[in-house]
Design a protein around this ligand. Structure first.
Ligand SMILES: C[S@@+](CC[C@H](N)C(=O)[O-])C[C@H]1O[C@@H](n2cnc3c(N)ncnc32)[C@H](O)[C@@H]1O
Length: 221
């Protein structure tokens, strides 16, 4: 029986790696993950590190599965937590193993909530990260903003739909320009930053945002 462990490495600060994840990484024969994801945990890797990129992830995961079939302890690392916008990778691993052991991590979304004093039970999480279309997610965001009953926590899509683009799309869909929101960049890193905007001001923003940015629209008071 092939077993592969999938674990969340936290939002960037290595001190936010769980003890359980740290132990699984240090005991593994093989530790795979995207290059940026392996970085915060590199000091704990004692076996073979297998960095992967989007374009070769299938091949790297095939090698991980082959090693697991030989009885090696294999771990695949995911950024933040597994249950937040990591489904595609988790499912890629699940397709290759008889059994996957899932170890949760601390999500950047939890850090965002902590910084802003928000509660998940009063919030909705929307990711635009899915490779497939984003129309449905945007339509859902519009609905949540119109209702105003929940905080909307939004993950932009780094390679094409960044905060200013999202602001413009929401304005086109009739959301008010004075709608307040926060942007949080590089949460838990030493250069973490946050800024308050109105939707109208964000639509005009020319400064670049980090790939690690979360947008939060607070619920109406
Ligand atoms: C594919 S999603 C994975 C989220 C991850 N599973 C988690 O729980 O944090 C990547 C997106 O999460 C957000 N993100 C991850 N880490 C972040 C951080 N340290 N600060 C701000 N946003 C972050 C960004 O929106 C980024 O584009």
């Amino acid at each position: 029986m092939t077993t592969i462990t999938v674990l969340g490495v936290g939002p960037g600060d290595p001190d936010l790696l769980t003890l359980k994840a740290k132990e699984a990484i240090s005991q593994a024969d093989v530790v795979a993950g995207f290059e940026t994801v392996l970085k915060p945990v590199s000091r704990w890797i004692q076996g073979e590190a297998m960095p992967m990129r989007y374009r070769d992830q299938e091949e790297v995961l095939d090698v991980v599965a082959a090693r697991a079939a030989e009885g090696k302890k294999c771990v695949v690392c995911v950024w933040g937590d597994l249950n937040f916008s990591a489904r595609e990778l988790v499912e890629r691993v699940q397709r290759r193993a008889d059994e996957t052991v899932l170890i949760p991590g601390i999500s950047s979304v939890q850090v965002a909530c902590t910084r802003l004093g928000l509660y998940m039970e009063e919030s909705i999480f929307i990711t635009l990260h899915a490779r497939a279309g984003t129309d449905e997610s945007l339509a859902e965001l519009v609905e949540v903003l119109i209702k105003g009953k929940r905080n909307a926590i939004v993950l932009p899509r780094p390679y094409d739909i960044m905060p200013a683009d999202i602001a413009n799309l929401l304005l086109e869909k009739g959301i008010q320009a004075q709608t307040p929101l926060h942007t949080l960049q590089r949460l838990s890193f030493t250069d973490e930053s946050g800024q308050d905007y109105t939707l109208g001001a964000l639509a005009q923003e020319e400064a670049e945002f980090s790939d690690l940015t979360i947008m939060v629209f607070p619920k109406a008071r």
